[in-house]
Design a protein around this ligand. Structure first.
Ligand SMILES: [Zn+2]
Ligand SMILES: [Zn+2]
Length: 422
């Protein structure tokens, strides 16, 4: 039997899992201050949710989805991203009745069949936030500020915020035709895939990482110059709000993100030291997505941030998530016959809010002390028949091996006092 995890997946071992939990806690606290509520959709959906929501011509839908038929013959797909599910759930449960705004977030695994590399896994973890019902540019700026603030709160420095506008139905179709024509003119200088994109999804050629394609696309027509009046006003208001908050950004007219559903504002936060895969979070506005799902016209916008790459950046910047001691207090037994008293005492301490550990392997007292050191325990309680008979236990400071007697009744309070002393 092959006991290794499937290619592109990884067990999240305790140190990494602690970092993930730290990132989740940080998000929960910060997002709550911005008025967000949690919503957890299922890990898989009917395939058409993603095919329709993300777009058939995207790389995600055409090559990267984990799609399979379930035992009832339905085509289902492990979610490759979060927004489509959130929009589907909002419609199903009428979370955004006309005139209202919903702010939602969730955290969990996503699945894409890609070539695994550093910071890119087939099962990867994201934190996702969405605002539904808000059309004003202040919502875009607030969302961008939240993402920037999040990375700041984690202690990450040196990031770059990129912003762009993708236009809307009034101005993007003409622009897309211009890019299509441009790609056809330059198809010989572009990679095969980009040349083919003229027919399917011309704007995606801006995403190509090949240097030759980048050089060609740098000179392609820019949507910035083709925005309709409303889109231009919206974009300029978003930038104005960011200026008001003192948030630095770079306008990147080639930023298009890999999804079809974006309209107007798109943004991305890049971190140093990650090579070509340098985006740690990003998102944008998707004012037509709800309608594509058959719902009423409802503006929306959102972002996703990736755990794996963010962790790489935190590690590169020396940001450690401190490991809490597995046990503050180790309850040791001097003799086997006091086992049940030790067992009961450890339970009492845990109920009092103290992390406590005890021996489950019939170790000697000496080896119990070694174990206490390994677990990072600051105090050990030594329980022996004589002490018990006198209603007392021995409290040992692990660092100094100093011991003192303490009454068994009220021992939790004594320990809390000693732990608080430091
Ligand atoms: Zn290319
Ligand atoms: Zn427009």
């Amino acid at each position: 039997m092959d006991y290794r995890a499937p290619k592109g997946t990884a067990d999240m071992l305790p140190e990494t899992a602690r970092a993930w939990e730290h990132m989740q806690r940080t998000a929960q606290e910060l997002f709550a201050r911005y008025g967000y509520q949690p919503l957890y959709p299922p890990v898989f959906e009917h395939t058409e949710i993603f095919a329709r929501g993300i777009g058939e011509a995207t790389d995600i839908v055409s090559k990267e989805m984990y799609t399979f038929e379930d035992r009832g013959g339905r085509s289902v797909t492990l979610r490759p991203e979060a927004t489509a599910s959130i929009v589907r759930a909002s419609l199903e449960h009428n979370l955004v009745p006309p005139g209202s705004v919903a702010k939602l977030y969730f955290m969990g695994p996503m699945f894409r069949y890609e070539r695994p590399q550093a910071g890119r896994m087939r099962q990867f973890w994201q934190i996702d936030a969405e605002i539904l019902g808000a059309a004003e540019p202040s919502a875009d700026a607030e969302m961008i500020a939240l993402l920037a603030r999040y990375f700041e709160t984690l202690g990450i420095t040196g990031t770059t915020l990129l912003v762009n506008s993708m236009g809307d139905d009034a101005c993007r179709p003409q622009y897309r035709e211009k890019v299509r024509a441009y790609i056809r003119e330059h198809s010989e200088q572009l990679c095969e895939e980009c040349a083919r994109r003229a027919d399917t999804n011309p704007l995606r050629a801006f995403d190509c990482k090949k240097p030759t394609c980048r050089d060609v696309m740098d000179l392609a027509p820019k949507l910035r110059d083709e925005l309709c009046r409303d889109c231009a006003a919206h974009y300029s208001a978003v930038k104005g709000y960011l200026d008001d908050l003192g948030i630095a950004y770079v306008e990147d007219p080639s930023l298009v993100r890999g999804l079809d559903y974006y309209t107007r504002t798109v943004f991305e936060i890049q971190a140093p030291g990650l090579g070509a895969q340098n985006a740690i979070g990003g998102g944008g506005r998707y004012d037509r997505l709800m309608e594509q799902f058959g719902g009423p016209p409802t503006p929306g916008l959102g972002f996703a941030l990736g755990f794996e790459r963010t962790l790489l950046v935190m590690q590169a910047q020396g940001l450690r998530v401190p490991a809490p001691a597995t046990a503050e207090v180790y309850v040791a037994r001097a003799q086997p016959e006091v086992a049940s008293a030790v067992f009961e005492l450890a339970a009492r301490l845990r109920e009092a809010g103290i992390s406590a550990e005890l021996d489950h392997q019939a170790r000697s007292l000496k080896s119990q002390f070694k174990q206490a050191d390994r677990l990072g325990a600051r105090l050990a309680l030594v329980v022996g028949p004589d002490e018990l008979a006198g209603g007392e236990v021995t409290v040992r400071a692990m660092a100094t091996s100093q011991e003192r007697r303490a009454p068994l009744s009220g021992i939790a309070e004594v320990l809390q006092g000693l732990l608080a002393e430091g």
